[in-house]
Each structure stands twice: as structure tokens, then as C-alpha cells.
Design a binder for this molecule. Structure first.
Ligand SMILES: Nc1ncnc2c1ncn2[C@@H]1O[C@H](COP(=O)(O)OP(=O)(O)O)[C@@H](O)[C@H]1O
Ligand SMILES: [Mg+2]
Length: 258
């Protein structure tokens, strides 16, 4: 295992004639908090869809912790260690907070018991269930959601729904966490709290995080490095402060209505 957690090599995808992403080269080191920014329609979410197997690249490759994951299914990629949240929150709305996290835990080998034991409700089944519940509580505690564990996800305030989505992604025990506009729709107080949560996750889980964000204050506040996409291609990348003061980057954002 090396020092590089994610590497994309000339990654790209076309939809008909539209090159939604092309020649994207991003290198993210272990434990980095890395930003992916750019105007609306630049191809940011498309990159996440490529890195999670939602779309298959039409060009290029990507590697996680040295392993080529190009062409793998969503499930395989998640098992290898990439987890994400979505631009529009996707929770199981009619399930409780704790059940949402347990969904994320279900695929981990340490909580598996044989289908036979589950079916007959043997002690092994209850032991696995209890272990899972304890782990879920631990995660909820970290995200300040333990008291809400029996609430339906749909009844949580917006800021907490965003946190729950991150908690569920973390439950799959990823090496790389992808967050798609986690602060979208948040008020300044919620955004501030979210920034602290993201920092906490990185520091306490030694997590590598790639973050799409529109809120430049958030990006400048927590990302060490960024890549700017424009029309599906890299416009600039490097240290956040340098990139954000690059005139080409400022120009790309002019005319944006947000
Ligand atoms: N499944 C798809 N089919 C056709 N076009 C798509 C598809 N997914 C994304 N696109 C197009 O790719 C471009 C980039 O979209 P997206 O990655 O969502 O941008 P961003 O997240 O940066 O706002 C847009 O022009 C979008 O319409
Ligand atoms: Mg997007």
C-alpha cells in the first residue's frame, strides 16, 4: 500500500456527442481532504458516478490504493472501499435513523452470519444483530445523532439528514469518502457544524475525502488541495489558496448565478 489513495488516469465519459468528463487526472494522497469544484454542469457529479461504478468510463482508468477498479460494479467498488453521499439526499425515509446506518453495515464480513442461522434465528443471528446495533450507535454518537436513533429519517431536520447520509457511508468502512455538495441547502450555522464533522471524520478515522462543493468558504476552509473542472476538463489543480486566486478559475465562475 502506497501513499496514494486515489489516482485517475485520463478518466472520461461521453454521452452521445457530449464529453461530460475528459482526460481527468487527479491524484489524492492518504488522509487528504481534497476539493472538486467548478461551475454547474462542469462534470463533478459525473466524476463521482465514474468512481462509484454508476457509469463506466469510456476512456481512462482509476486506481484505489494501487488497485485498478475500472469497470467494476457499484457493489464491488463499495466493497473495495469507496463510499459516497449524493447531491440530493438519498435516505430510506421511512426507516429509522439507526436502521439507515445498519443498512450500511450489512455488507461487512464482520457482521455476517450464515443465512441458515438467520433463518432459524439461532443465537449467532442475534449476536451479529447486536454487534451491528452497537456499531451503529457508536457511529451515530460520533455524528451527534444517537438521541435521534429511533426517529424516522424523514423527520430529521435537513442538517441532520446530511450528517446521517455521511454516517451511513462511513458504516461501509471506506478508504475513500466522496461527498457531493454536502452543504447544499444548509444555513451558515449548519455549514459550520458540517465543516467540523468533515474534519473530525478525516482526523479520527484517518479518512481520505474528496468533496464536491459550491460553497467556496467551505472549500477554502477545509480542503488542502483542489481540482477545478470546467466543461468536463481540468482547468487548474493544486493547493487550494493558489488555485482559488488563479485568474482563469475566477473567470470560469463569472456568470454563475450562485
Ligand atoms: N446520464 C447522463 N446522460 C446525458 N448527459 C449527462 C448524464 N449525466 C450527466 N450528463 C451531462 O454531463 C454534464 C455534467 O453534469 P454533472 O456531472 O452533473 O455536472 P456538475 O455536477 O458539475 O454540476 C452535464 O452537461 C450533464 O447534463
Ligand atoms: Mg453535481
Amino acid at each position: 500500500m502506497g501513499d496514494i489513495m486515489l489516482k485517475t488516469e485520463n478518466l472520461g465519459i461521453s454521452f452521445g456527442g457530449l464529453k461530460a468528463a475528459q482526460n481527468v487526472n487527479i491524484t489524492i494522497h492518504n488522509k487528504e481532504l481534497y476539493g472538486l469544484i467548478g461551475p454547474n454542469g462542469a462534470g463533478k457529479t459525473t466524476i463521482f458516478n465514474l468512481l462509484t461504478g454508476v457509469y463506466q468510463p469510456t476512456e481512462g482508468k482509476f486506481f484505489l490504493d494501487g488497485e485498478d477498479l475500472t469497470g467494476k460494479t457499484q457493489e464491488a467498488i463499495n466493497r473495495k472501499g469507496i463510499a459516497r453521499t449524493f447531491q440530493n439526499i438519498r435516505l430510506f425515509n421511512n426507516m429509522t435513523v439507526i436502521s439507515n446506518v445498519m443498512v450500511g453495515l450489512h455488507n461487512l464480513p464482520e457482521y455476517k452470519c450464515s443465512p441458515f442461522a438467520s433463518m432459524l434465528r439461532l443465537p449467532a443471528h442475534f449476536a451479529a444483530e447486536k454487534k451491528m446495533r452497537d456499531r451503529a450507535k457508536e457511529l451515530l454518537d460520533i455524528f451527534g445523532l444517537k438521541e435521534d436513533r429511533n426517529t424516522l429519517a424523514c423527520n430529521l431536520p435537513y442538517g441532520k439528514q446530511r450528517k446521517l447520509e455521511i454516517a451511513r457511508a462511513m458504516a461501509t468502512n471506506p478508504k475513500l469518502l466522496l461527498l457531493d455538495e454536502p452543504a447544499a441547502g444548509m444555513n451558515p450555522h449548519e455549514t459550520e457544524e458540517l465543516m467540523n464533522t468533515i474534519r473530525f471524520v478525516r482526523d479520527n478515522f484517518d479518512m481520505t475525502i474528496l468533496l464536491i462543493e459550491h460553497d467556496m468558504k467551505l472549500v477554502a476552509g477545509i480542503c488542502e488541495k483542489v481540482t477545478v473542472l470546467n466543461f468536463g476538463q481540468e482547468l487548474a489543480q493544486g493547493n487550494t489558496a493558489e488555485v482559488l486566486s488563479d485568474p482563469r478559475v475566477i473567470t470560469a465562475y463569472i456568470g454563475e448565478d450562485e
